[in-house]
Design a protein around this ligand. Structure first.
Ligand SMILES: Nc1ncnc2c1ncn2[C@@H]1O[C@H](COP(=O)(O)OP(=O)(O)O)[C@@H](O)[C@H]1O
Ligand SMILES: [Mg+2]
Length: 224
């Protein structure tokens, strides 16, 4: 078994802006994400970070290059297969948490499993276990508005993990948090690499490099 879970080879993504302007959001990117490691990609706003996550997770197609997952190029896959791939293997974490305001902490964690063929008892057990692992058992019945930013992001992490993903893609996961909360979120994320989950964090914040096993710097769609 290869040590590499997912790999970008010569990955480029062009957008057409307006009528003619071509934006090279990603330009010949090579990136390896090892199993059970946390990889960080830093870069200023507009450097291509979110585009990289979208293309690696199959939410968007590259203009050129490959995304290799288990010896297959997911850029060749049909949408149906990609969507199944994301559901079964990928967790997402966002800067703004994107929790559902009308659902409790526990229900927010369970959400991604509702469309799947998993018994409701099993779903509840997994959500409870994760709620405990992120240290929020006492908030089980609270709604997102009743939680602090750091607590909401912990729920976001638990929700990303509930499907037992092979990889988590995190887009500016600490962007709305103060330094202390950011540190504890990064340490929490890192702790899940010990359970064979790979994590790719993209951020403008260079200080987060210290938490990662490897880091790369994006500038105008290229690695520096
Ligand atoms: N859907 C789109 N259409 C046109 N241009 C886009 C689109 N998405 C992103 N871009 C452009 O691609 C570049 C990279 O964007 P993005 O990946 O969002 O950067 P970051 O996440 O680092 O801020 C930027 O110049 C942005 O304007
Ligand atoms: Mg972005």
């Amino acid at each position: 078994m290869s040590d590499i879970l997912i790999e970008a080879r010569n990955l480029s993504k062009e957008y057409i802006r307006g009528k003619q302007e071509v934006v090279m959001a990603l330009n010949a990117i090579d990136l390896q994400i090892p199993r059970a490691k946390m990889v960080l990609v830093t870069g200023p706003s507009g450097s291509g970070k979110s585009t990289l996550l979208n293309v690696l997770s199959g939410l968007d197609m590259p203009t050129e290059g490959k995304v290799i997952y288990e010896d297959e190029n997911i850029a060749d896959w049909e949408e149906e297969r990609l969507s199944k791939f994301r559901q079964e293997n990928v967790g997402f974490i966002f800067q703004n948490w994107e929790l559902i305001r009308t659902q409790t902490a526990l229900e927010n964690i369970e959400c991604p499993l509702y469309p799947r063929k998993i018994k409701s008892k099993e779903i509840r057990m997994r959500a409870i276990s994760l709620l405990k692992q992120v240290g929020l058992w006492d908030k089980v019945d609270n709604y997102p508005d009743e939680l602090s930013g750091g607590e909401q992001q912990r729920i976001g992490i638990a929700r990303a993990l509930v499907g037992k993903p092979r990889i988590i893609f995190a887009d500016e996961p600490t962007g709305n948090l103060d330094t202390d909360n950011a540190a504890s979120i990064m340490r929490l994320l890192k702790s899940f690499t010990k359970r064979d989950t790979s994590i790719l964090v993209v951020t403008h914040n260079e200080d987060l490099k210290r938490y990662a096993d490897a880091s790369h710097q994006l500038s105008n769609g290229r690695f520096v």
